[in-house]
Design a protein around this ligand. Structure first.
Ligand code: GLU
Length: 377
């Protein structure tokens, strides 16, 4: 299913949901300890989503907040290296807490730590993406945080709002839920003005909307409303909807389903069509595949491109590059992202998928271009 537009009631219909959890929800502000009963209740929320076959990814903050207390660090602002040290200690505890709270619900948690570079360097992006997709395929819950211990200022996201948006785009999720310490975006500062109005629906992050964020910033660790709007922009540009809602009370996802206050950033398209538009329109092709008649019919019928259907290759390219697809008569019929480099394609073209291991010495994907990575003309 993908209606493109999701609302509170159809939250339950999202195919793949990324849930971002802020530090202030997980870690008690006064004592610095983990809010275990909140996390246990969240596990029930997630179990409900999994039971209706929704893929769920969690992007969780809290490593630094937990670690600084564990290491008895001073209160107040920490230097970068102190944050890195706190994260090293805190991440173990954070992941362990998730594992303990989720296991009774038969939910397997798998930790992935990312830096901004992992989402910008193509090779690493592709690797991170396939690990995530593989984990979802086996029904696990990826638990993601920034790799704070190695992320220096220049390569940091610094906030998990934008990291969560990047992850949502990476896996073509159709919904990102930001669980926060605020109900959503207000047209003024709700802390100082009782007369402010909650903005319930946004379809475009305009200058006017951005102005509201300036005054409505929450004290939610390093995020605040400004980074939430940056996350919304990323999501909307990729066909993913986003919702901001308060997360402090027990089972915030159930509350959202039942109509809790929130701000929706509604995407008009869906992630699959956005990805295909991006492949079709914005990338510079790096090579050409000439494919046989059988493959032309298969692709037109919505199938992937297999090695057996490729009869010629032109250009020098890497895995993940955009390639033009041509018929034997020279007609361009589409373009797609290749799963193999030009050297590897030259070795496997014309062969059966089963021969890939023998020909290349490793077992890559069955398809040279997967249908999700293909945009036909
Ligand atoms: N990665 C940080 C942590 O786990 C949090 C970043 C954020 O709060 O946005 O402590």
């Amino acid at each position: 299913m993908n209606k493109g537009v999701l609302d509170n009631k159809s939250f339950s219909e999202a195919r793949c949901v990324v849930v971002k959890i802020g530090s202030s929800l997980l870690v008690d502000n006064e004592t610095g300890s983990l809010r275990r009963s909140w996390l246990e209740a969240l596990a029930e929320d997630i179990e409900r989503c999994r039971k209706r076959s929704q893929d769920v990814i969690i992007v969780s903050s809290g490593a630094i907040a937990l670690g600084r207390r564990y290491l008895n660090m001073k209160s107040g602002d920490l230097r970068l290296e102190e944050k890195q040290a706190a994260a090293a200690a805190g991440m173990v505890r954070l992941a362990h807490a998730y594992q303990e709270c989720f296991e009774p619900h038969d939910l397997s948690v798998a930790q992935i730590l990312l830096t901004r570079d992992d989402s910008e360097n193509r090779r690493r992006y592709l690797n991170a993406r396939s690990t995530l997709i593989t984990l979802l395929g086996v029904g696990a819950i990826p638990l993601i945080n920034e790799n704070d211990t190695v992320a220096t200022e220049e390569i940091r996201f610094g906030d998990n709002d934008r990291l969560a948006a990047r992850v949502a785009v990476m896996v073509s999720a159709d919904l990102l839920v930001l669980l926060s310490d605020t109900d959503g975006l207000y047209d003024g500062d709700p802390k100082t003005n009782s007369d402010v109005k909650l903005i319930t629906d946004v379809t475009e992050v305009t200058g006017e909307i951005e102005k509201m964020a300036g005054v409505a910033a929450s004290n939610d660790s390093s995020g605040g409303m400004v980074t939430k709007l940056a996350a919304a922009k990323q999501c909307l540009g990729s066909g993913c909807s986003m919702v901001i809602t308060k997360g402090q009370h027990m089972k915030p996802l159930l509350a959202l389903e039942n109509g809790a206050k929130c701000t929706w950033f509604r995407s008009v398209g869906n992630p699959q069509s956005a990805r295909k538009n991006w492949i079709a329109g914005t990338l510079q092709p790096c090579g050409t595949f000439v494919i046989d008649k059988g493959a032309v019919s298969a692709l037109k019928a919505g199938c992937s491109l297999l090695p057996a259907g490729v009869s010629g290759v032109d250009g020098s390219f890497q895995r993940g590059d955009t390639i033009l697809i041509q018929t034997m008569e020279g007609e361009e019929i589409g373009r797609g992202l290749t799963a193999y480099s030009s050297d590897d394609v030259r070795l496997i073209m014309g062969h059966n998928t089963d021969d890939i291991l023998t020909l290349l010495g490793y077992r890559g994907r069955d398809e040279i271009i997967h249908r999700d990575d293909l945009a036909m003309n």
